[in-house]
Design a protein around this ligand. Structure first.
Ligand code: HEM
Length: 453
């Protein structure tokens, strides 16, 4: 794949219908449609969407070119910007000098040593959740993971206990994701302005108000207490720009909203799919269990145990390969460029899908199978860096990747040590690609306590 030759040729792509192009096919099944496009037409595909040109990039070199080597030529794509409007101008959406300044400001809160100090809270909050579980009952483990990771992000980065708010936040998140997913999947809804009082728009607005209220209360409480607890919230409140101005209330709200939403939904999803996969692969579950017994011998895990929990780590990695919680990243080209020998005009909307690339047989043998050993037996050595990139890459690499990786393994180990989770339905959960890749109807599991109390 080349990014050098400057040919004015356009990439191949599927034929579409008049006016809507491929939008209907995409809306019916985004993951299937994009996968078929990549497999049939190659590493650079022109998608027939109404509006500006849209390209699907499905080769690690092309991904690296967009996210890293030529990253200054790309900003967030218009679809992601619209989907993430609830985050205002927070880190995920911000651009240019303002983004750089905010990223510099927030980065110290994610320093490795700081993040490691959160390990104890992560494990103890998980223990608290497990104390409420009983042998033989059925629970939606996706809901459990969402609530747990929300409580953890609030406690560790905002020193707040929002356990009493978790349900309300959960419902708001559902409304926000449903809105984004409807927008993505309905050609008709996409054409309606957000101002119209459709049921979806009204639910979305209610959800936004509720989340705003929670964040406002967090900030005001800290302001009133005047305490500097050294956490992320204190850093945001203390931040001043070159003119000695504090961060505006609006910017503060946007950053807090971004970290709270981006900081719990994705990790919860990674764990939810992992529980499903473990339930379907008893041989993997047995090996995980054996590792936990050998390394921990029944005690709760700590950060110091992580280097020895290598199989656990491979299980999470493999689960995020098959079900990347952030299933795609989008960009818009600012100026013309060339990718894979194809001309990319300014304004092109770039689709890059972890889901598509991480299931590509050129990079992973038997790509559809759940096989954590591929990360330990040398098969993935020499893998191009951007054949596996659940956290994105380049300057906009996920700021919480260290936090999330640690949290996922600690939570997996803490739960799996005490409970075995058996999926109740024999059917594969439907992966719903909205902003994230949620299991659409949750993951209902029967809980089996390993040593019933
Ligand atoms: C398994 C868990 C997670 C996954 C898969 C994930 C994935 C990603 C990806 C792919 C991006 C880059 C998006 C792009 O380039 O367009 C990103 C950005 C981001 N993530 Fe995560 N993330 C996870 C956990 C977290 C956590 C725990 C936090 C915070 C506590 C977080 C906060 C952010 C923020 C603030 C950004 C924007 C960074 C920037 O643009 O400067 N994420 N994440």
């Amino acid at each position: 794949m080349t990014t050098k030759t400057s040919l004015r040729n356009l990439p191949p792509g599927p034929k579409g219908r008049p006016v809507v192009g491929n939008l209907l096919a995409y809306s019916r099944d985004p993951l299937g449609f994009l996968t078929r496009c990549a497999r049939e037409y190659g590493d650079v595909v022109k998608l027939g969407f109404p509006g500006p040109p849209a390209y699907l990039i499905s080769h690690p070199e092309g991904v690296e070119y967009v996210l890293v080597k030529n990253n200054r030529n790309f900003v967030r794509d218009r679809y992601t910007r619209a989907e993430l409007s609830i985050l205002g101008n927070g880190l995920l959406v911000n651009e240019g000098e303002s983004w750089r300044r905010q990223r510099r400001l927030v980065q110290p809160a994610f320093h490795r040593r700081r993040v490691e100090a959160f390990g104890e809270t992560m494990v103890s909050f998980t223990g608290r959740m497990l104390d409420g579980w009983t042998d033989g009952e059925t629970r939606d483990v996706h809901e459990e993971m969402m609530r747990l990771t929300l409580e953890i992000v609030a406690k560790t980065l905002f020193d707040a206990d929002i356990s009493h708010e978790a349900e309300g936040v959960g419902r708001s998140m559902d409304a926000i994701m449903a809105h984004s997913s409807d927008q993505g999947s309905s050609v008709f809804l996409r054409m309606l302005p957000d101002r119209l009082p459709t049921p979806g728009n009204l639910a979305y607005r209610r959800a936004t108000r509720r989340l705003d209220g929670i964040i406002h209360a967090l900030v005001e409480q800290r302001r009133r207490s005047g305490a500097d607890t050294g956490d992320l919230l204190s850093m945001l409140l203390r931040a001043e720009d070159e003119d000695g101005e504090g961060m505006s209330d609006k910017q503060l709200r946007d950053e807090a909203m971004t970290i709270i939403l981006a900081g719990h939904e994705t990790t919860a999803i990674a764990l939810s799919w992992t529980w499903y996969l473990l339930g379907k692969h008893p041989e993997v579950e047995a090996r995980l269990s054996a590792e936990l017994e050998e390394v921990l011998g029944g005690r709760a895990p700590t950060v110091e145990d992580l280097p020895r929990l290598r199989y656990s780590d491979a299980v999470i990695k493999e689960s995020m390969r098959l079900y990347p919680p952030a299933w795609a990243v989008g960009r818009e080209a600012l100026e013309d460029c060339v990718i894979g020998g194809f001309h990319v005009p300014a304004g092109t909307q770039m689709f890059i899908s972890q889901y598509v690339i991480q299931r590509d047989g050129r990079f992973f043998d038997d790509p559809e199978s759940f096989d954590p050993d591929r990360w330990r037996d040398g098969r993935t050595e020499g893998l191009p860096q951007y054949a596996y990139f659940p956290f994105g890459g380049g300057p906009r690499l996920c700021i919480g990747s260290g936090f999330a990786k640690m949290e996922a393994v600690l939570l997996l180990a803490t739960v799996a040590q005490r409970f075995k989770l058996e999926p109740v339905s024999g059917r594969l959960p439907v992966a719903q690609p909205s902003i994230t890749l949620r299991p659409r109807d949750g993951i209902k599991t029967r809980l089996h306590e390993r040593q019933p109390r």
